[in-house]
Write a protein that binds this ligand. Structure first.
Ligand SMILES: C[S@@+](CC[C@H](N)C(=O)[O-])C[C@H]1O[C@@H](n2cnc3c(N)ncnc32)[C@H](O)[C@@H]1O
Length: 184
């Protein structure tokens, strides 16, 4: 999914990029390298300071990344100030009302014509074995994730008119996950 997200973002990432919530693995160092090679700037928001501290250790010592300890549903960031915003498996961590506020904040801070990229669970095809194997586990460990399965419609997440501006939508692994880019 990290590779799919990077592919959708493309290799040229000039301007200002905002990552809302830290991502595990190598996604952030790879994103940072692309942004830096493009002459852009990267800001990262996370509600947990320890996640930001951990990310700092994964990036080159000399970097220009700005780390913001903030709640995604209430960003103390100026409006229309980012060329792109990325939310990588954050939506399923949040109950619906908070998810809506996070989405609203992502679209507030992105510039007109900028993009918001979501990587998230989606409702698997009926035949997908993980659908039956993982559902009980998901309900226990990720209590808000099945809500995304039940309302697997981007329009449900995104209030109009955002939902009409989805440029790309891609489903992977029998619809178990989704990557989508919404043009603001
Ligand atoms: C499971 S962790 C990392 C998962 C990550 N998205 C991935 O798949 O690699 C989720 C991250 O979201 C952050 N997070 C959760 N709720 C948040 C919120 N309301 N605002 C900002 N960050 C939040 C957590 O602190 C954590 O760093």
């Amino acid at each position: 999914m990290q590779a799919a997200a990077l592919e959708m973002l493309g290799s040229n990432l000039p301007g200002r990029t905002l990552q809302i919530a830290c991502v595990y693995g190598e996604f952030m160092p790879k994103l940072h390298a692309r942004v830096e090679a493009s002459g852009g700037a990267l800001d990262v928001v996370d509600v947990v300071q320890a996640q930001l501290d951990n990310l700092k250790r994964k990036l080159p010592v000399k970097n220009t990344v700005r780390f913001w300890n903030m709640d995604s549903s209430n960003l103390a960031l100026p409006g229309a100030s980012y060329d792109r915003v990325i939310l990588f498996f954050l939506m399923h961590e949040q109950p619906f009302a908070i998810r809506q506020r996070t989405i609203s904040e992502a679209f507030r801070v992105v510039k007109p014509g900028g993009s918001v990229v979501f990587v998230e669970f989606s409702k698997p095809k009926w035949w997908h074995p993980l659908r039956y194997i993982y559902l009980p586990l998901l309900k226990y460990f990720e209590p808000f994730a099945p809500d995304i399965w039940d309302h697997d419609d981007v329009a449900f997440w995104l209030s109009k008119p955002w939902c009409e501006r989805i440029e790309k939508r891609r489903f992977l692994f029998g619809h178990y996950y989704q990557v989508l880019m919404v043009r603001a």
